[in-house]
Design a binder for this molecule. Structure first.
Ligand SMILES: Nc1ncnc2c1ncn2[C@@H]1O[C@H](COP(=O)(O)OP(=O)(O)O)[C@@H](O)[C@H]1O
Ligand SMILES: [Mg+2]
Length: 582
């Protein structure tokens, strides 16, 4: 292994920055060269990356003041000592001033991580680095991609191919159903869980009692319907649900199906009768109590329209299935690699609704895994990478972290601003910050987020020296005790001149301005509450040769698990033309 001083002595052509970056990337490349024995993978790749990291460290030293090297001021940050190496840990990058790899130990990694930074700074690149490690070790993952780049699917495919795991890759891709596995987020869970998931399709209720009342009414109605469908022994999809909420005949058909299946769930039948009785009116001609379709449409029309968006078009092709190829519980317990591509072009609303649906479904899967005996929980821990989570965050997140941890699932949300979380309440901000042991901060996009990051990194006692010239120098990243003892090593040449006065005050360990100086692929990591690191994140690339051999992504079709028979409510209706007459 290269010694740090050897690394420093290494001569390379070009500027140090470029060389350092290339080396880190080269380190990644080496690991991706085909047919290399393991020692070369680890040794060669790591050594190159380390060397690169070291040179990058030197780069920092030139524009960033680091105690070890002295020099001009930029981001003043002496990284803490890295945790002991652990091959089952998760590497999140290389420490800027020592080139050591920061590997989060396994137990700490399951206490989750969050990634924050403005657009285009390297959040997804970091996610890809984490995912490559996860795939390499045979683990399962769920990647919800809120900002689709067409290259992402091919890159993920290559990462899988590199590890011989193409067969484990499943995609949910309503933007291109021809390149999508099938998925139905309405099959797993209790009626109220599924109803809450559908509630995700409705716009978040503003501080408006009327909107909230409507929303809750709609969610309750869905819960009653789901309860009835499950009691009748069927699975269902969005198109079924939409038909049920807008058609009297469909509700009557479900009532008959429920009667035919009368077993045990009498309460479901009673609730369902009470529910549809609310919409019955006496027909003036026949004197019969019939469900009034117009009333139904008046109450649920809005929800029906949203459901129909999921029951038709690209979404419908992916999701109108009773035996889906993707099942999240199965994915978690069988280490599958699930890539959810939220369509972004012109379908923003539906895309974020899909994100919220998948999260709701994932939460149900987590609860089921939590109930499994220890030996059946995912090993290695499952990885959930929620990219651009700001567009599909829900309240459900607040309790997911704790559940996920005991189920051996690691949650890694990446988002841009504090406001992304605060939009759902300060409670969620506190939950996400409080439940992520590892925090990776990239360049923030605006002051509020910068201050939030700096606050989380924390403050420390810093010494201020005022000289007679009235110049104030503050010493950061050095303990107050050191200075009081007169160690004062951080202040370089300033010396203890006459007329100098010293005072102590609390100051940011990393200021919001410091954070704004971070470049692409650079981050400040906060680990375990108090340990701070300046990091350089490696970027995974594949050489042309391998790209050619891996070929392009091809769908794999796993055998779908047998579930309950499909409701297919449209087929139960008297006839399609009668429907249209209504
Ligand atoms: N660690 C890195 N090393 C080299 N280049 C990087 C790194 N991180 C990001 N970049 C560059 O920045 C671009 C944007 O990064 P990306 O991860 O997509 O940003 P974000 O997800 O934060 O919007 C990448 O395509 C790449 O060119
Ligand atoms: Mg991104």
């Amino acid at each position: 292994m290269l010694d740090f001083h050897d690394v420093l002595a290494t001569r390379l052509g070009g500027t140090r920055d470029t060389a350092g970056l290339l080396l880190i990337m080269g380190g990644g490349l080496v690991t991706l060269l085909p047919n290399l024995p393991y020692w070369a993978w680890a040794g060669g790749g790591l050594a190159l990356s380390l060397a690169g990291g070291a040179l990058i460290g030197l780069h920092f030293a030139s524009c960033i003041r680091i105690k070890r090297f002295g020099g001009a001021c930029g981001l003043e940050l002496n990284s803490d000592a890295v945790p002991p190496a652990d091959e089952n840990g998760m590497s999140i990058g290389f420490v800027g001033d020592t080139a050591q790899e920061l590997v989060i130990p396994p137990a700490e990694w399951t206490r989750h991580a969050m990634i924050v930074g403005q657009s285009g700074v390297g959040k997804t690149v970091l996610g890809q680095w984490l995912m490559l490690q996860q795939i390499e070790r045979g683990g399962g993952l769920l990647w919800i991609d809120g900002k689709l780049d067409p290259a992402n699917l091919e890159d993920l495919h290559r990462a899988c191919a590199w590890c011989g795991r193409e067969g484990d890759l499943l995609v949910i891709n309503p933007g291109n159903p021809a390149l999508s596995n099938t998925y139905n987020p309405l099959l797993d869970g209790e009626p109220d869980e599924i109803a809450a998931r559908c509630g995700a399709l409705l716009p978040e209720a503003e501080a408006n009692a009327g909107a909230d009342y409507y929303r809750q009414g709609a969610i309750n109605a869905i819960a009653t319907l789901v309860d009835a469908i499950q009691a009748a022994g069927y699975g269902f999809h969005f198109a079924d649900l939409q038909t049920l909420l807008t058609s009297a005949n469909a509700l009557e058909a479900l009532a008959s199906a429920l009667d035919a299946r009368a077993s045990g769930r009498g309460d479901a039948r009673m609730r369902f009768s009470l529910f549809i009785d609310q919409y019955r009116r006496v027909d003036r001609v026949t004197r019969k109590h019939e469900i009034d379709t117009n009333e139904l449409k008046r109450v649920f029309g809005g929800l029906g329209a949203r459901l129909s968006q999921f029951g038709s078009g690209g979404f419908g092709r992916v999701m109108n299935t009773y035996s889906p190829e993707v099942n999240l519980f199965d994915a978690v317990t069988h280490n599958k690699i699930v890539y959810v591509m939220l369509p972004t072009m012109g379908k923003g609303e539906a895309a974020s609704a899909l994100g919220r649906l998948v999260i709701g479904d994932f939460r149900t899967a987590i609860a089921r895994v939590q109930a499994l005996p220890e030996s059946e929980r995912p090993n290695p821990p499952f990885l959930g990478f929620f990219d651009e989570a700001g567009s599909y965050l829900t309240q459900a997140w607040s309790r997911m972290f704790e559940q996920a941890r005991s189920a051996r699932l690691v949650m890694v949300p990446a988002f841009q601003t504090r406001a992304n979380l605060a939009a759902l309440g300060d409670e969620l901000v506190a939950q996400v910050a409080g439940n992520t042991l590892t925090k990776i901060f990239f360049k923030p996009g605006e002051p509020e987020t910068a201050k939030w990051m700096a606050d989380m990194i924390g403050q420390e006692m810093q010494e201020q020296r005022s000289q007679s010239s009235n110049e104030t120098i503050s010493a950061r990243n050095a303990s107050l005790a050191d200075h009081m003892r007169g160690a004062g090593g951080t202040l370089g040449g300033s010396g203890d001149g006459a007329g100098e006065s010293r005072s102590a005050r609390l100051g940011y360990r990393v200021t919001p301005d410091d954070l704004a100086r971070l470049g692409k692929g650079e981050a400040v990591a906060l680990y375990d509450g108090a340990k701070v690191y300046k990091l350089h994140i490696p970027r995974v690339t594949f050489d042309d040769d391998f790209v050619e051999r891996a070929g392009s992504f091809k769908l794999s079709h796993p055998a779908a698990a047998a579930g309950a028979p499909g409701l297919d409510i449209a087929r139960m209706l008297p006839s399609a033309s009668e429907q249209e007459d209504e």
